[in-house]
Design a protein around this ligand. Sequence first.
Ligand code: HEM
Length: 216
Amino acid sequence: MVIDMETMKAELAAAHKTSGRAPRIHPLWLRVTHWLNAFAALIMMFSGWRIYDASPVFAGFVIPPSITLGGWLGGALQWHFAAMWLLVGNGLVYLALNLASGRFATKFFPLSPRGVLKDLVAALQGRLDHGDLRQYNAVQKLAYLVVIVDLIVLVLSGLAIWKSVQFPLLRELMGGYDNARIVHFCAMSVMAAFVVVHVAMVALVPRSLLTMLRGH
Ligand code: HEM
């Protein structure tokens, strides 16, 4: 469905008039699940770095202990296993509500390589329109879809490492136990890169942070 700019502006004005305040952009459930997800994912990342250091997958590469969470292997595992339930439970609620409400289809699609390229070029030239924060641009849609799939890969590879005997099929799908650790590390790196770019983009458009906090 293509909505032209004039229709969109008229809709926004009408919504503003009836409610007396700016129209809601992000529903409450989305804001709550987003912040719980960010909290859990960051705890998992920083504690995961400490767990990694106890037995580095890549010889000679360790993460400075000062930027890790948990203090030692045992402490980091406690953090990792505690945040894991929040990440998975909250992630399932986010996915279920997103799919059931039809929001997933309307927010992230349609999406085409041509659209991504067009918006990427516009972004790099500083001419991307941020006027209507109800709609994600194509680069944003792609980045969000990538990080959602990436988090699913992170959880599944983590499960293959944690319960490798109980989930032999999952372990083999990951290429065996040792490979599952590499998959887990690579997926973490993708998430870390996403977070850096994501936070930088939010800093460039601070109004988007307000919408993720108060909904409008
Ligand atoms: C691990 C950390 C994070 C992940 C995985 C993540 C992921 C996401 C995803 C998938 C969305 C789109 C949600 C949807 O519409 O269904 C989103 C939106 C958003 N995130 Fe995050 N996020 C993270 C951390 C943060 C942090 C730390 C901030 C604050 C600086 C932040 C600020 C926002 C804002 C403002 C939006 C809305 C953007 C807009 O409306 O244009 N996120 N995030």
